[in-house]
Design a protein around this ligand. Structure first.
Ligand SMILES: [Zn+2]
Length: 113
């Protein structure tokens, strides 16, 4: 379950930020998990709770957004939205797609005190 190491990495990154920006507690985290990323939102919720326990993020609300996958289709030359890796182009059915977005996990916003 690599979500645990991602959650721990997130805590470390937020701790660094707290020193730079001088906040002591995080109340809310909005996390973006792209539809094409290999992160399971449910596993992330669980890992988040475990990884933040006893840290400045303890008790923070976690909100997860799942932006759709974005891809460029070379067959019909358009930008399309796909739900999962391996899907064909919704316009023309071609698989000549290059993924251009929705692959990452990132912190979209933090509400801090
Ligand atoms: Zn197409």
């Amino acid at each position: 379950m690599h979500e645990m190491s991602l959650a721990e990495g997130m805590v470390t990154a937020v701790q660094e930020q707290s020193k730079l920006q001088n906040f002591r507690h995080v109340k809310r985290v909005i996390l973006e998990i792209g539809a094409l990323s290999h992160v399971d939102p449910h596993a992330m919720e669980f890992s988040f709770e475990a990884a933040t326990r006893g840290t400045l993020m303890d008790g923070a609300d976690l909100e997860i957004l799942s932006p759709a996958g974005q891809a460029r289709c070379f067959a019909c030359d358009s930008d399309v939205t796909i739900e999962r890796r391996g899907d064909g182009c919704p316009n023309c059915g071609s698989h000549q797609l290059i993924v251009t977005g929705g692959e990452d996990m990132k912190i979209k916003a933090l509400e801090v005190v």
